[in-house]
Design a protein around this ligand. Structure first.
Ligand code: ADP
Length: 172
């Protein structure tokens, strides 16, 4: 049984993430989506919301690919999380060259801690390669249409969250 761990913040889950998840499913029997709590980044969506979104949006992929997909919140070191869920591979998505330097260092450090766990890099379909959660939030904040970047329900949730934030700000 091959287990993979795909870690990230998923704030919010994008079509880029989902494309990587679908591709990763062809490599493993169980894919654990490690959802970083990431308090420092001040996520827009709570951990519970991000877990629920991953579970909801991955159900069809799990069915189509006959791969078990599990959402797993984590706050500890990535390599410890991988050991905990018994993953033999860590899956990361690679976008531009800018991702490379950080990922290169991460692999080096993780290998020093556990050389038995491989890191595998996947590239999303060309349509989705430029998508980044940070930019999706920025576009939504400025009133742009994010329908091409996130699943329809996530687009609705983004609009709702921003509306609630504006309302709260107007009251203070
Ligand atoms: P992190 O906080 O680790 O950057 P993200 O949720 O932004 O978390 O991303 C999780 C993983 O998904 C990372 O490996 C990132 O490179 C990858 N990823 C995000 N968006 C894309 C995309 N559009 N194409 C390919 N990989 C992506």
């Amino acid at each position: 049984m091959r287990i993979g761990l795909y870690p990230g913040t998923f704030d919010p889950l994008t079509l880029g993430h989902l494309d990587i998840i679908r591709r990763a499913c062809s490599l493993v029997d169980r894919l654990v989506i490690g959802i970083a709590i990431n308090r420092d980044k001040g996520p827009m969506f709570t951990l519970e919301e991000r877990v629920a979104t991953v579970e909801r949006e991955c159900a069809a992929i799990s069915r189509d690919t006959a791969t078990e997909i599990v959402a797993h919140p984590f706050e500890n070191l990535l390599i410890h999380c991988a050991e905990e869920v018994q993953a033999s591979v860590i899956v990361r998505g690679l976008r531009a060259v800018s991702d490379f330097e950080y990922e290169y260092q991460m692999v080096g450090m993780n290998r020093a801690m556990n050389d038995d766990i491989e890191t595998v890099f996947l590239m999303a379909d060309a349509h989705y390669q430029a998508i980044a959660s940070r930019l999706v939030k920025e576009i939504a904040r400025l009133g742009g249409d994010v329908a091409g970047f996130v699943p329809p329900k996530v687009a609705g949730e983004l609009v709702e969250r921003l509306r609630a934030q504006k309302f709260a700000a107007a009251r203070v």
